[in-house]
Design a protein around this ligand. Structure first.
Ligand SMILES: *Cc1c(COP(=O)(O)O)cnc(C)c1O
Length: 417
């Protein structure tokens, strides 16, 4: 804050208007809780959009940042550092690439997906000219990022529209096995897919989709690239979402939860795909620096040590049962897996539920107009879940009342009209 202006005025004047008005000015966090500048406490069941895997200000995170910053933060990719090599080995191990996997480090999800897009192009170009593969398939409603390459991959025409023309070659297909069978051919370089479509509203893939996608991409020589940016780092109750399907992809992208709040992304490649990049084909100044990789390694080690993948699985079931037992007439059901949960509503009132939750001291978000997304830290327990259910029940009740009033009102209007 500067002098006499409020933080809202500062934000309204100084920040680019790419998002709407911010709800709060948060000044501190601890575990699953946040505090605003007035000292009001909020339960954070969004975790920075599936980012703060260990919650806020976890001692492991704090020590890793401070310790590595005091040792060596950045030297550029002309040189290697111990944390970079250790994190690459850790990601290969967790993803199950075996010895021939490789890791490319980036600073965000979009950058990891840009690397994946370039990987797909390299794969297309590595065929002889007649067998070139100009096509990259992604799913309708998919979200893969906001940079020009990843925006082309994102299956939301409204997001693309102000920025046309898009990078060529991307086709969005319906998220069904039939659509995949119809689209797949020998000119496809890659299929890029999220195990659960997070930004679309926590939408699960049809049963057996990834298994069938693996068969079809293999048969046609296309890469299967799984976007694990939201689903990775243990969030769904496995280290990566694809592991529930028991398949082996050609590449995965990760970001969000692997850094626990530190910006980092990565592309992890499997098998022959690992040989596609060669010197000069891609790079990043910050990507994989000692500071970011040391923090991510510490976060992943803590997720493993504390059994948080298992916790995500068990707590996810617990939360979904508790939401069902609220018995709210607004709630149609839940989607997702582990601690990536979409609460499907009967009406497009997710925005109102989120606003009511915030007023009651709970942070969640509207992943689409009729879905509330819940993505808490992976280390939550009974205390946080009890707190969540209490606050969420009150938020739903607030909106139920207004929806019922609206329904009464429109009924009255209809009668009188
Ligand atoms: C968040 C997200 C991205 C983009 O990550 P950024 O770090 O915001 O660039 C890409 N794919 C998926 C599935 C995501 O959830």
């Amino acid at each position: 804050m500067t002098g006499t202006t409020t933080w809202r005025e500062d934000a309204g004047r100084d920040l680019v208007r790419n998002v709407g008005d911010r709800f709060a000015l948060f000044v501190r966090g601890e575990g699953a809780y946040l505090w605003d500048e007035d000292g009001t406490r909020y339960l954070d069941f969004l975790a920075g959009i599936a980012v703060n895997s260990l919650g806020h200000a976890h001692p492991v995170f704090v020590d890793a940042v401070a310790g590595q910053a005091a040792t060596l933060a950045h030297v550029s990719n002309y040189f290697a550092t111990p944390p970079q090599l250790a994190l690459a080995a850790k990601l290969k191990q967790l993803a199950g690439t075996g010895p021939d996997g490789r890791v490319y480090f980036a600073n965000s999800g979009a950058e990891a997906n840009e690397a994946a897009f370039k990987l797909a192009r390299l794969h297309g170009a590595s065929q002889d000219a007649r067998a070139a593969r100009p096509r990259v398939l992604t799913l309708e409603n998919a979200f893969h990022g906001r940079t020009m390459g990843t925006l082309a991959m994102t299956g939301k025409p409204a997001m693309q529209e102000p920025f046309l023309p898009m990078v060529a070659g991307v086709e969005h297909i319906a998220p069904t096995v039939a659509a995949l069978e119809a689209a797949m051919a020998d000119d496809v370089a890659a299929l890029v897919v999220e195990p659960i479509q997070g930004e679309a509203g926590v939408v699960d893939l049809p049963d057996g989709y990834l298994e069938r996608a693996r068969e079809l991409t293999s048969r046609h020589g296309a890469l299967l690239i799984v976007d694990e940016i939201q689903t990775g780092a243990g969030r769904t109750g496995a280290w990566f979402g694809f592991q529930h399907a028991g398949i082996v992809p050609d590449a995965i992208t990760v970001a969000k939860g692997i850094g626990g709040g530190f910006p980092i992304g990565a592309l992890v490649t499997f098998g022959e795909t690992s040989e596609l990049f060669y010197p000069g084909t891609h790079g990043s100044t910050f990507g994989g620096n000692a500071l970011g990789t040391a923090v991510s390694l510490a976060v992943l080690d803590e997720i493993e040590r504390a059994g948080l993948v298992e916790n995500a699985s068990a707590r996810g079931v617990q939360i979904r049962e508790r939401i069902a037992s609220i018995g709210s007439p607004l709630v149609r059901g839940t989607r997702g897996r582990g601690l990536l949960i979409g609460v499907a509503l009967q009406h497009p009132v997710a925005g109102a539920v989120v606003a009511a939750a915030q007023e009651h001291g709970l942070i969640v978000n509207a992943a689409n107009p009729s879905t509330v997304r819940i993505a808490p830290p992976l280390n939550i327990g009974d205390v946080e879940i009890d707190d969540f259910i209490g606050l969420f029940t009150r938020a739903l009740a607030t909106v139920e009342t207004s929806v019922l009033l609206d329904a009464d009102h429109s009924a009255t209007t209809e009668v009188s009209a």
